[in-house]
Design a protein around this ligand. Structure first.
Ligand SMILES: Nc1ncnc2c1ncn2[C@@H]1O[C@H](COP(=O)(O)OP(=O)(O)OP(=O)(O)O)[C@@H](O)[C@H]1O
Length: 267
């Protein structure tokens, strides 16, 4: 039953070159020096769906997310075994800059660059080779529309990004990430620094974005995982205990450990 539902969820709703692709993780083990943090992870994260990683603090959610765009390589002594494929391509064999263009990331704390709202969004587009002002203006508007921020900032595009509220900054960072049309968007607790209204806006935005991207979200908030995601992976001490359609995982978990966690018996 679960396998059939996962299989149905794994079918993208739209097939073009632009849309998200399945991220397949095979036999992944991760070490920080001598300490092993992730054990034998095998997951197929479906395209054009939202997958949530949940689990108690320290279970390895962020470590797993970081492996997906090779950010773990920036940590001294960190070593990954196993394989991650985006579509047909092994991400280890990609140019890392190009990989991070295709797999964007949004962090817990909004991190706009110093500079204007316009400059923040245009940054990646310029690196991607777009030079003409008119083309940049158009792409910046499109990305801000896509991040549901355009109406709030269209009259102050050249004001400092730091003048925006925390929730607006987070949507700006999402606009910056989607401007360069990634295939996957990794979100590491994107709402944990935000108030409930801004959180709602980001959740609605994620829902919009999933028609174009493959989304992975790490969240401590189980209600949020239940509200926004299609598929959920519950992790415990570096292992995936259960990976199921979200409604199944939260209403009829297959594992006792999952049930204990979602009913608040530990964690
Ligand atoms: N840079 C690092 N160096 C050494 N060990 C690390 C590093 N980052 C994480 N770890 C260890 O890896 C394990 C998993 O940590 P990770 O941050 O991935 O968990 P998490 O589930 O995301 O936690 P949280 O919910 O608190 O953010 C922990 O034991 C942690 O101490």
């Amino acid at each position: 039953m679960n396998a059939a539902r996962l299989d149905a969820l794994a079918r993208p709703t739209r097939q073009t070159a632009e849309v998200g692709q399945t991220l397949s993780i095979h036999r992944l083990n991760l070490f920080y020096g001598a300490q092993q943090a992730l054990f034998d992870i095998d997951l197929e994260l479906p395209a054009q769906r939202i997958t949530a990683f949940i689990g108690a603090s320290g279970c390895g959610k962020s470590s797993l997310l970081r492996c997906c765009n090779r950010l773990h390589e920036l940590i001294d002594g960190c070593r990954m075994q196993g394989e991650i494929r985006l579509g047909e391509r092994n991400i280890q064999q990609e140019d890392v800059t190009e990989l991070r263009r295709r797999i964007g990331m949004v962090f817990q704390k909004p991190n706009p660059f110093p500079g204007s709202i316009w400059q923040n969004v245009a940054f990646g587009l310029r690196i991607a080779g777009i030079r003409r002002k008119r083309d940049l203006d158009e792409a910046v508007e499109q990305a801000l529309q896509g991040a549901a921020l355009w109406d709030e900032v269209k009259d102050r595009l050249h004001s400092p990004a730091f003048g925006l509220s925390g929730g607006q900054q987070q949507r700006l960072v999402i606009a910056r990430a989607i401007a360069i049309e990634p295939q996957v968007l990794l979100l590491d607790e994107p709402c944990s620094a935000l108030d409930p209204i801004s959180t709602l806006k980001i959740e609605e935005l994620m829902f919009e974005l999933k028609s174009r991207f493959t989304l992975l979200i790490v969240t401590h908030n189980m209600q949020q995982a239940a509200r926004v995601s299609d598929v959920t992976a519950f992790m415990h001490q570096g292992r995936v205990v259960e990976f199921s359609p979200t409604d199944t995982l939260f209403t009829r978990p297959a594992q006792q450990q999952t049930e204990d966690y979602i009913t608040g018996r530990y964690g």
